[in-house]
Design a protein around this ligand. Structure first.
Ligand code: GLN
Length: 512
């Protein structure tokens, strides 16, 4: 048997998959394929949370001989000739890929409705979106089809669907996990991370996939002084805990946004007003946030209100940088080297034009245009370089609270941490509707405020369920200093001890 296939597995999955459509490719019957690879030194308990279990992989992450559509019509029939390092490390531990999951095209979106391949529904309410862009991975875990899945997070794409579907979603520190085999959208912001059914499983999977990979020069080993993932405390100064958690309250966010805009340009004040409105938490999300705050207080943490002054510039800076990098990264899709091409073209330019016109969806085209605009000569200072300065400011704001990074030798550098993590919302709404009651594309982007700052700063953040309100899960987020995933997951695990993960109706626990 390829993996421990529990009684009734096939019927259970077929039923769910008909309802939610999480997978672009679904191959639970593949013969066992233990892939040779580096033997990892995981504690036996951790390895047992991965070995001989099935997992799903977002379809912008390469797995040899599986499709790699990236949710795009342009790549609808493209199969990968190689496997991403993160997936390979899990396979080497005896886990088996049983399918590739749906996503917003190239990771651009917050609903998975921007997929050019199919639609995915939220397991809690199939009329709603699963979130995005890793919506298929989140839905598959929430439904219990797989115990864990790989996703990617450029501006919130693991944490937001995890919140919408009621699972744990970890976006690691930039560089902690190899990006080899992740199809590039915005390379300086994104990384591969984990969606899973418990904090313990999230920790085990992260432990398996992290670390330097010679195939990705931006990947690095875990610094010597970083808090350990397993085992109590650490001798290094970075291992110390403060017992303090910062809270970025909805009021603090509203204050930050209230004085945004007003730069005088036409439409700017109006845009700022709409953005502030879109970032306001719906009452159910506010209740979930309060529940998480009280839970942490009851667990003995000292809570301290924080302000992040640079927050108001996060979304514009994120979309400027993400679009700029996307326009460069997506230039490779020309119909010559990859993917679907038209049957007839007049000349090479016509071939490229026709390939892209037919292959890319609206959102992707919009971002390529935006990216080429902000990179136009003469405009770079005004947009791209300014966004990079904002980015540095955001990181500095977080480091002032959370402590600095590490030097080349892995020693803790910068100031000592004032707090272990910052608690903040994930998204202003629960899983939203389709059709007329859907969030507008602009509102969806403005709502990325709470997630995109971790990507701009390169810091780790984890989203986990705080409550169920009106039949839909609400998630909250903890953000920490670089390489503090161990601290964040300790906190999630403590919360899980008093509030275990909720499950959608019809869920059966198949995985030990
Ligand atoms: N919603 C964000 C975007 O559309 C985040 C996407 C992501 O993290 N891949 O860019």
């Amino acid at each position: 048997m390829p993996y421990q296939q529990p009684e009734g597995f096939t019927a259970y999955c077929d039923d769910w998959e008909k309802k939610i459509g999480a997978f672009i490719e679904w191959r639970p019957g593949d013969p066992p394929g233990r892939v040779p690879g580096a033997i990892l030194d995981l504690p036996p308990d951790a390895a047992a949370l991965i070995a001989n279990l099935p997992f799903a992989v977002k379809d912008n992450i390469a797995v040899k001989d599986f499709l790699l559509t990236c949710g795009s019509k342009l790549l609808a029939a493209f199969r990968s000739p190689y496997t991403a390092t993160a997936a390979l490390r899990l396979q080497a531990l005896g886990a088996q890929v049983i399918g590739k999951t749906n996503l917003d095209e190239f990771g651009m979106g917050s609903s998975t409705d921007n997929s050019g391949i199919k639609r995915t529904n939220n397991p809690w309410d199939p009329s709603r979106v699963p979130g995005g862009s890793s919506g298929g991975s989140a839905a598959a875990v929430a439904a219990g089809i797989v115990p864990f899945a790989l996703g990617s997070d450029t501006g919130g794409s693991i944490r937001q669907p995890a919140a919408f579907c009621g699972v744990v979603g970890l976006k690691p520190t930039y560089g902690a996990v190899s990006r080899y085999g992740l199809t590039a959208y915005a390379s300086s912001l994104e990384g591969i991370g984990v969606l899973a059914d418990t904090a313990a499983r999230t920790r085990a999977v992260f432990a398996a996939i992290r670390g330097r990979d010679p195939l990705d020069d931006t990947s690095r080993d875990i610094p010597r002084d970083a808090p350990p993932l397993y085992g109590e405390g650490s001798p290094g100064p970075g291992g110390g805990r403060t017992g303090v958690i910062g809270v970025l309250s909805p009021e603090a966010v509203a204050r930050a946004l209230a004085d945004a805009g007003g730069g005088g340009e036409a439409g700017e004040a109006e845009a700022a007003r709409i953005a502030a409105e879109a970032a306001a938490l719906e009452p159910e999300v506010r209740r979930g946030f309060e529940a998480a705050r009280e839970r942490l207080r009851a667990l003995g943490y000292a809570l301290e209100e924080v302000e992040i002054p640079s927050l108001k510039y996060g979304v514009p800076a994120y979309y400027t940088i993400a679009a700029a990098e996307a326009s460069a990264n997506l230039a490779r899709y020309d119909g010559i080297r990859y993917g679907q091409r038209p049957a007839y073209a007049e000349n090479p330019d016509d071939l490229v034009d026709k390939t892209r016109a037919a292959g890319f969806g609206e959102e992707v085209k919009l971002r390529i245009l935006l990216g080429t605009f902000v990179l136009r000569s003469g405009f770079q200072d005004r947009y791209y370089l300014r966004a990079q300065r904002i980015r540095a400011g955001i990181r500095a704001d977080f480091e002032a609270l959370l402590g600095g990074g590490y030097d080349e030798a892995g020693r803790a550098a910068g100031g000592p941490p004032r707090m272990d993590a910052i608690l903040l919302p994930v998204y202003p709404t629960r899983a939203f509707d389709r059709g007329p009651r859907a969030l507008s594309p602009f509102a969806q982007k403005a709502a990325d405020l709470y997630t995109c700052c971790a990507n701009l700063a390169g810091l780790p953040a984890v989203s986990f369920p705080a409550s169920v309100e009106g039949g839909l899960p609400v998630g909250v987020q903890l953000l920490g200093r670089a390489f503090s995933e161990g601290v964040l997951l300790d906190l999630v695990e403590a919360c899980e001890g008093v509030y275990p993960l909720p499950h959608p109706p019809g869920y059966r626990a198949l995985w030990g």
